[in-house]
Every structure is written in structure tokens, then in C-alpha cells.
Design a protein around this ligand. Sequence first.
Ligand code: FE2
Length: 286
Amino acid sequence: MARIVGGVGTTHVPSIGKAIAEHKDKDPYWSPFFDGFHAVHQWLGRVKPDVAVVFYNDHGLNFFLDKLPTFAVGAANEYRNEDEGWGIPVSKALAGDAAFSWHLINALVADEFDITMCQDMLVDHAVTIPMALMWPGGGSCPVKIVPISINTVQHLLPSVSRCLKLGRSIGHAIESYEQDLRVMIVGTGGLSHQLDGERAGFINKEFDQLCMDKIVNDPDALTRYTISQLVEQAGAQGVELLNWVAMRGALTGRVSELHRNYHIPISNTAATMLLDNQAVAQRQAA
Ligand SMILES: [Fe+2]
């Protein structure tokens, strides 16, 4: 049976892609952020995941404001990236696992999630940058992915509660998959930041820390925030927290925090979090 090994929450700021391309990970300006991934690399080397389910939001590469699904699930064996206009190199295509995607899609529809199924899906920096951070060096990514896009861009957005339930549905679906896959969950984006308007540059460190604490131990506590309140607390683009919430929802076992890094000065907040997921049955057997 498939097993959920843990989750990673990470920012996906485009300038990180440029820093990777220009090999600036050791620069004093960037190293406090990139160094935060050493623990993730060690963990990945230990758990050796086969598949990554990636909750993210598309920024206009695959969907645009005229047609923007609330939830979209990739069902392809390959996901390409294209030039997004950020000045970052186009990434290599990432391998998918269409059979596993369809299993998850079946379970989501059975749980009454009205999703968009994408047999052809471009993935943007919100997927490619986290993958490059987790597996640096420019080689082929060793895991297959299932990209799940959540609309955090065009209001009205799904609620925190809905995203948590989406993640939980995915988590239960993974655990019912018959193949012996080791599955990691990724949530990308955020945390607090705002790119435009009067509050451009807005960051709320205190709220970010609160969210990270709750993501570990009490994700349901975050459902008290409406989307408007999230925008107020985290900034217009800080609602990308929804991707982290879905990631946490998919961790259905006993969750513990293995690592956290929080570094502000790279134009937006740059948070990284690593969570272990110990299956309940495995815990009872231990
Ligand atoms: Fe973003």
C-alpha cells in the first residue's frame, strides 16, 4: 500500500529561480534561505519518496483569470514548464504518474469535490522552484509528481476549511492506493506577502509564525479565518497559505515538525517547513 512519508512547505518566489540559475546559493544574501534546505535534503535521502503530491497555485501559465478552476488535478505522465516571463530558465519537464493521479481523482470526486481534471497541464514556478530547491544540481527530478492547483488568485477563493478537507481527502486516497509508493506532500507559496497596492511589501512575521505553529499541531484552528481576514493578516498573495493547509490536511498520521526555516529579506517571506508523518497503524505496531 502507498504510504505518506511527510510533507514540505516552501515558498516559491520567482527570484529564487534566478538565484538558482546564477548559482547564488552561497551568497551572503541568499545562503540563510538555501541553507534551510539542508535538513530537507537529508530527510529526502533517508525517506526516498517515489511521488510528490504538490499543492500549488498557477500564476497564469496554465490557467488565466478568464477560466480559473478552484481545484485542478494533473492526470498526465509528463508536466512541462514554459517561459513565464520572470527571466528564469525554462525547467526540464517533470514526470507524472497518471494512474496514481486517476486514483486520487476518483477519490476526490467520490468525496464530492468538483475538480478539473487536466490530462495536459503546464506547471509554473510554483512547482518547478520547490522541486529545484529539494533536488538541487539541475539533474532530473527523482520523483514523479501529481500537481494539484488551488485557486489563490481570482476571488472568490476556496475557504481554509475546504482546502484542509481537500488535503484530507487526498491523504485518505493515497493510503488506499495498492502500489507500495512512498508519497511526500508539498505545499508551496506564501507565507505573508503582498506584491501590489498600498501595502506592497507587507509582511506579518507574527502571523506567519502562528500559522506555522498551527500547521504542525492544530491546523483546524486556521479555519476560523475567512479569506478576507487572511488577506488582511497575510497580504493579498499571502493567501497562498491555502496550499500549505492542503498539504497539512493530507498528512493523516501523527505529524511532527522536523525542521523550520524562516527568512525574510528575499523580497517576500521565505519559509520552509519539514513535517514527518507517521502512519497510525505503523505507530501501533511500533
Ligand atoms: Fe505565488
